[in-house]
Design a binder for this molecule. Structure first.
Ligand SMILES: [Fe+2]
Length: 252
């Protein structure tokens, strides 16, 4: 099976369009989203509409911004610009799209008996995985919970990265190249972040995503440029905090 793994779309239609445009002729069996469809960006309805009408089977879990924007969570842990954007999004979402976000299941989930997905971490959908210590507690948890699953995709940090458990060692890699390939090796365990489609934060403003081929056990990391100034202009015209547009330009 060939999967497209998307995360942290954040209401950015230009970014999602660029990703789907690049993959138009690619053979894909399933599109998987790790959450945060909305929040920050000015096109929450377009993003949810497009995902709901994808021409291929989809699977998604919720992110923390989806919870606040759809009224499941009050956002008291959000910083002021994030909270302002979530409240703006709540007002703009159509009834159907708010319902779609409300009904998204929490992670973790297992896809086709093959690999796992979560938003923040397998232990807690709202926690981050940044360090080898964060990864190690999650590897321990997963070894007990799902011993047969050696690959988990996570989002939330918006940083394309790979954590590999090899025996007692954990290897931490930030993926910086515009294209990178990872072939999974037997006996190792992996936590992989595809990066963010709609709000990259690794000082690279290009949209980030991965393709996973479960037959060859190969992950491809890819980046694609989108019209950042157009996304920024929409954020400014919507009256959202200007820093949400400015950070897109720098990819931070
Ligand atoms: Fe996010």
């Amino acid at each position: 099976m060939r999967y497209l793994i998307l995360s942290d779309l954040h209401g950015n239609d230009e970014a999602l369009s660029a990703v789907l445009g690049r993959l138009k002729r690619k053979r894909l069996d399933r599109i998987v989203c790790l959450g945060d469809f909305v929040g920050y960006g000015a096109d929450p309805n377009k993003i949810v509409d497009r995902f709901r009408r994808m021409p291929r089977p989809t699977l998604a879990i919720r992110g923390n911004h989806d919870k606040v924007a759809s009224g499941i969570d009050n956002g008291d842990t959000f910083n002021p610009p994030a909270l302002e954007a979530a409240r703006w999004t709540r007002e703009k979402l159509s009834r159907e799209n708010a319902e779609f976000l409300r009904r998204l299941p929490p992670g973790p989930a297992i896809v086709d008996g093959s690999f796992g997905i979560c938003h923040g971490s397998p232990i807690d959908e709202d926690s981050y995985i940044f360090s080898d210590l964060d990864a190690s507690v999650n590897f321990l948890y997963l070894e007990r919970l799902v011993p047969g699953i050696d690959l988990f995709f996570f989002g939330h940090s918006h940083i394309p990265s790979i954590f590999t458990l090899d025996g007692d060692e954990i290897l931490v890699e930030a993926v910086r190249k515009p294209r990178a390939r990872l072939v999974l090796e037997p006996g190792k365990r992996y936590l992989v972040n595809p990066g963010s489609v709609g709000q990259p934060r690794d000082r690279n403003p290009r949209a980030s995503y991965v393709l996973y081929d479960s037959g060859t056990r190969t992950i491809h990391f890819e980046r694609v440029a989108f019209d950042v100034e157009r996304s920024r202009g929409k954020i400014l015209r919507a009256g959202l905090p200007s820093m949400l547009g400015d950070r897109l330009v720098a990819g931070i």
